[in-house]
Design a protein around this ligand. Structure first.
Ligand SMILES: [Zn+2]
Length: 321
């Protein structure tokens, strides 16, 4: 994944290349039209020369000359409109068609990064996340509670559907009102109960709200970090530590090394200090298993800093196939 700065850089590049394209296209359209209708270029040339004379006459000319030139310009303008209409064109036909009316695809508006660039950054982040997961499909709307048994199950001491309905609405609120003041979440439950789906639905909504969200599977992150462990300034490390929302999916499936354990501690700790929320999902159900795997120190930090959401039910993926 790219850092926020990299995303902004590529968004700027993209916006500015749209501008170039729009300029070139409008020029081509105009040149082609002039070839087809020579009268057009002659009219345009006359207008240009008339405008130049008019501005000179503002300083050197007499009021009568100015009046005549203004009338001439008006006449030319009418002729042009008539010609354009006759050919099915409009005054806009040869203007560059910019994607963004605010900044005309310059990327800056009133001295600030334009809205279109921010929007594009969000799209790029979404695309990046989608390419590694099912983000497009994972929304709150596509989450179905039907898959969860709607009966009291003694092994869970609850009715899974009712329980999941509560988790669902909690997650929805969490996302819809997302700020960096949100708490950390630890989603636990056996595989196939929709943890990743809900985590991604939160990501989706938070991105729409403009948050800088990083989603990464634990296996992927720890593999990468193992490779980069000797470069403390790695971009990935920076992103993971600084994203407004980090989703670390499937904790427990990574190949864990000594370094990995201390890296996880670093993530939990640094993000706590920066007051940035993290969502962890894991198939590890028991606290003592977490402690055994990640050491007492790391597991306590993790458990102590998260709200626990426990998913109950039967494997959704098994039921769908
Ligand atoms: Zn713009």
């Amino acid at each position: 994944m790219q850092t926020r700065e990299e995303l902004y850089k590529s968004a700027f590049r993209q916006v500015q290349s749209s501008r170039q394209k729009a300029l070139v296209l409008s020029k081509q359209r105009y040149e082609q039209a002039c070839q087809e209708v020579p009268q057009l270029s002659s009219l345009m040339a006359q207008m240009q020369s008339c405008r130049a004379q008019l501005s000179r006459s503002m300083i050197f000319g007499t009021p009568q000359q100015r009046e005549e030139l203004q009338q001439k310009l008006q006449q030319l303008d009418q002729d042009l409109s008539a010609l354009l209409q006759e050919k099915g064109w409009s005054a806009q036909s040869f203007q560059p068609q910019f994607q963004c009316n605010l900044c005309q695809d310059k990327g800056e508006y009133q001295g600030k990064t334009c809205r279109c660039v921010h929007l594009l950054v969000r799209q790029l982040r979404r695309k990046e996340i989608s390419s590694i997961s099912a983000l497009e499909l994972s929304t709150f709307d596509s989450f179905s509670l039907e898959h969860y048994p709607n009966r009291y199950m003694p092994e869970f001491e609850c009715n899974p559907r009712k329980h999941m309905a509560e988790i669902f609405s909690y997650c929805k609120k969490y996302a819809e009102h997302f700020t960096t003041k949100n708490p950390n979440l630890l989603m636990t439950g056996t595989a196939g109960l929709g943890k990743t789906h809900l985590a991604l639905a939160i990501a989706n909504t938070a991105i729409q709200r403009g948050a800088d969200v990083i989603y990464i599977s634990s296996r992927n992150l720890f593999d990468q970090m193992e490779l980069e462990k000797f470069s403390p300034t790695s971009d990935l490390r920076k992103m993971v530590m600084e994203a407004e929302l980090l989703i670390l999916d499937d904790l427990g499936t990574e190949f864990l090394t000594q370094y990995g354990v201390s890296f996880l501690y670093d993530i939990v700790n640094s993000r706590m200090l920066r007051r940035l929320p993290t969502i962890y999902t894991t198939n590890i159900l028991k606290e003592d298993m977490l402690r055994a795997r990640y050491t007492e120190k790391t597991a306590s930090r993790l458990l102590g800093s998260c709200e626990l959401l426990t998913f109950f039910g039967e494997d959704i993926r098994l039921m769908e196939h």
